[in-house]
Design a protein around this ligand. Sequence first.
Ligand code: GDP
Ligand code: IMO
Ligand code: MG
Length: 433
Amino acid sequence: MPVTAVVGAQWGDEGKGRVVDVMASQAHMVIRFQGGDNAGHTVVNNHGKFALHLFPCGIFFPHVHNVLGTGMAVNPRSFLTEMKVLNDAGVETAPNRVHISERAQVVMPYHVLIDGLEEEARGGNAQGTTKRGIGPCYTDKAARVGLRMGDLTDAGHLGAYLRQVLDVKNRLLTRVYDHEPLSYDDLFEQLLDWGRQLAPYIKNTHPLVQQALREDRTILLEGQLGALRDIDWGIYPYVTSSSPITGGSATGAGVPPHRISNIIGVVKAYTTAVGEGPVPTELTDPMGETLREVGEEYGATTGRPRRCGWFDAVAVRYAAELCGFSSIAVTKIDVLDQLPTIKVCVAYDVDGERYETVPDTRVMARARPIYEELPGWQEPTTSARTWHDLPPNAQAYLARISELAGGVNICMVGVGPHRKDTLFLDQQHSEVA
Ligand code: GDP
Ligand code: IMO
Ligand code: MG
């Protein structure tokens, strides 16, 4: 499978990190194609437990090239912090296998500040962003006034750039938000220092990616967040500012769409979301609390409790349609182990009308889930290693998810957070599913 996109099928945090970590053993290159350190991709393997924010999840295999792609928004401070965490754990991050696209956007200190100030100003209408500066950074990108990673290594360009933009940013900070201005000299020094430290990593990644494509190498495109937070197709405005769906992977990684021959949708066995916006199956009762506690559903980046609910097949089918999943990887089936019955949302009711697909956010906000109930299996699944090790009711649950997602085969099942807690389903088994 030369080029495989691994994308989130729900509201984010589906377990993309663990899926990429598992698959990276066979890969030549992993490219993160959008987003920034709003991501928290948890990987649990022989090196320990990590929440990766910027580094692609191929970093744990020394033979893998890890590319921070052009579609990303990179906060240099976070990159350096994360590199230290990895190095301290004995994970090597040499610049001959970690490549930051010189075309990726820089998340500037004022982006982070403005994200927080904007959220505060929205009051009761806050969007629940991660406050990592992602929205303001992509705003500058779209307005064509952003700074790119390559610019950090060019003092002349940097100085001219700052002289042009900082005055405007400071007027925004002081006049709109009543905040202290940022000092030109301090910011210039800070950026130069980051540029010096990151210079070995910042490259034109295009030739590297094209060479890997020419040689038919195995490449993974690692998505951030999920389809329901896509800037165009998600629950706007409660979305991120980039495109986490498969289409975004081609643009952000610089890979022609027709070269993506395999698309894996990562699907959690139930629903979670952090941040605001409609989540029709959200449970605010003790069952929601049970899912949160058993699933340890707290944000990997902000630590916020995740909103939890039953599996939403309408949302996953919508994601499958938008992304064109070749197969799905279903994670966290073990979290449902103890439940006597499990609900699955098969359609929405909006003011008495049945919806089989995700409507626009205004309408989605009024969607009530229509459930079907399946029997639980009430036995542990974490030691399962093949399809046949799973209890029949767990098999039936997975089969139903696969059917409701539009008849997409299941390629992988997560029965625990560790790399080893993974079932790989071959064609025969996925046909069963
Ligand atoms: P990502 O952002 O899509 O990579 O997902 P996160 O890392 O934010 O959230 C997924 C959480 O579920 C992490 O804490 C993972 O360690 C955990 N996880 C992933 N797969 C499984 C699984 O199959 N079972 C259990 N119990 N936990 C899992
Ligand atoms: P991973 O990659 C879950 C959510 C925020 C908010 C919205 C916009 O780990 O799945 P932003 O900071 O991007 O402007 O916030 O998106 N959000 C995430 N939710 N997992 C993430 O990343 C997220 N990144 C952003 O909570 O609702
Ligand atoms: Mg996450």
